[in-house]
Design a protein around this ligand. Structure first.
Ligand code: XUL
Ligand code: CO
Length: 437
């Protein structure tokens, strides 16, 4: 398509930290090597179709403000196809190598499932052309199982079997489209897989239904030969009062209970972590400890607002902590950093989409460089390792190996007297991090 959707915006270039051009990267330099890998290979940035193309930026007190001149506001397939090219021009100008979508972001939901499936097939063809024309790839796809009225009481956890069946059909199609587009992953985020009140809810039954849907998805993945990863995305609430996928530990427990460990990994989002009362680093470390970190929805919340504000990540402590976790894990395989983030309602011009992503990408580029430098320096890692050294030999090694029980440890403690401990040195380590920020 020859039409240009962002005619006043050039391709965003890396100009270095001294640049004062707001439409340039100061730190993200895609081809620059950090520890033997390019920044683009480390960071695997993705744009989110739902926020970038479909979020009108309304809030509970006022309607949409976003100006998207290419969008005629209709539910036509033509409009959806035009939007594909606007999205890909945006991705390309911003240097985002990946994108993510829900089925209903890219194509309209029409009068019945067959018509919606046809529309999705038609738009997927356009997405495929745009991918081929630009080299941009699909990080993950998903099905929107929370917006339509039928899902008002959940999708896989709806008390109505016909709703479950509809949701299953929608997931099947969305997985097939993701596969057709060479997607590297598929996400399950259950915005309404939870409850508003326990007076009407059978938790045990609903959880078993959720597991049943996931088992069907695993089976279908194998059947169609989709080799991408499946991810669950934790979030404690909003829109549900309580969401079953509350946090990483809850998701891991659910996967273990239902024999799904190893079949699904986690897609962890910063603003969901903070809504759950955790730091992002906590959620990442819990997932990594279980070998279950798959991908990241990169955003942030607002300390003063109690809901999911989906802001662009600009805090260097946050991006440093995230990249410390990712580097320690050995990097992403199928996952990446998806900007599940939107501009503020006040930032309604198309140009704001660029400022927002440039800020997020630069913040992660710095986080990457800082985290790499901290790991190269080695003091943080050495301190952490040394802190546990009493488990490397002697009685500690026997505890870890399961070679001793209460009786042996009682005899040991009686003989040993009061144990010695050393300072955790939190302040010293915080200062160490600041040396690099
Ligand atoms: C909602 C959210 C979703 C998922 C995909 O809070 O994060 O957009 O990332 O369904
Ligand atoms: Co998300």
């Amino acid at each position: 398509m020859s039409e240009e959707f962002f005619p006043t915006i050039p391709k965003i270039a890396y100009e270095g930290p001294k640049s004062r051009n707001p439409l340039a990267f100061k730190h993200y330099n895609a081809a620059e090597l950090v520890g033997g890998k390019t920044m683009r290979e480390h960071l695997r940035f993705a744009g989110a179709y739902w926020h970038t193309m479909r979020n009108g930026l309304g809030d509970p007190f006022g309607g949409a403000t976003a100006e998207r001149p290419w969008d005629d506001g209709s539910d036509s397939v033509e409009n959806a196809k035009r939007r594909v090219w606007a999205m890909f021009e945006f991705l390309q100008k911003c240097g985002l190598d990946y994108y993510c979508f829900h089925d209903r972001d890219v194509a309209p939901e029409l009068n019945d499932l067959a018509a919606s499936n046809d529309a999705l097939d038609a738009v997927a063809e356009e997405l495929k052309k745009a991918q081929q024309a630009t080299g941009i790839r699909l990080l993950w796809g998903t099905a929107c199982l929370f917006s339509h009225k039928r899902y008002n009481q959940g999708a896989a956890t709806s008390p109505y079997a016909d709703v479950f069946a509809y949701a299953a059909a929608q997931v099947k199609k969305a997985m097939e489209i993701t596969h057709r587009l060479g997607g590297e992953g598929y996400v399950f985020w259950g915005g309404r897989e939870g409850y508003a009140t326990l007076y009407n809810t059978d938790i045990k039954r609903e959880l078993s239904h959720l597991a049943a849907l996931l088992r069907m998805a695993v089976a279908h993945k194998k059947k169609i030969g989709f080799t991408g990863a499946l991810y669950i995305e934790p979030k404690p609430r909003e829109p549900s009062t309580h969401q079953y996928d509350s946090d990483t530990a809850t998701c891991l427990n659910f996967l273990r209970e239902h024999g799904l460990m190893g079949e699904l990994k986690l897609n962890i989002e910063t603003n969901h972590a903070t809504l759950a009362g955790h730091t992002m680093m906590h959620e990442l470390e819990v997932a990594i400890a279980a070998n279950a970190l798959g991908s990241i929805d990169a955003n942030r919340g607002d300390e003063l607002i109690g809901w999911d504000t989906d802001q662009f990540p600009t805090d260097l402590y946050l991006t440093t902590q995230i990249m410390l976790c990712v580097l320690r894990m050995g990097g992403f395989s199928t996952g990446g950093l998806n900007f599940d983030a939107k501009c503020r309602r006040e930032s309604f011009e198309p140009e704001d989409l660029f400022h927002a992503h440039i800020g997020g990408m630069d913040a992660f580029a710095r986080g990457l460089k800082i985290a790499h430098a901290i790991l190269e320096d080695g003091r943080l890692e050495a301190f952490r390792k040394e802190r546990y050294e009493s488990f490397d030999s002697g009685i500690g090694a026997k505890i870890e190996a399961g070679e001793v029980g209460f009786s042996e440890l009682e005899a040991y403690a009686l003989n040993q007297g009061e144990p010695l401990t050393r300072s955790g040195r939190q302040e010293m380590l915080e200062n160490l991090i600041n040396e690099f920020i």
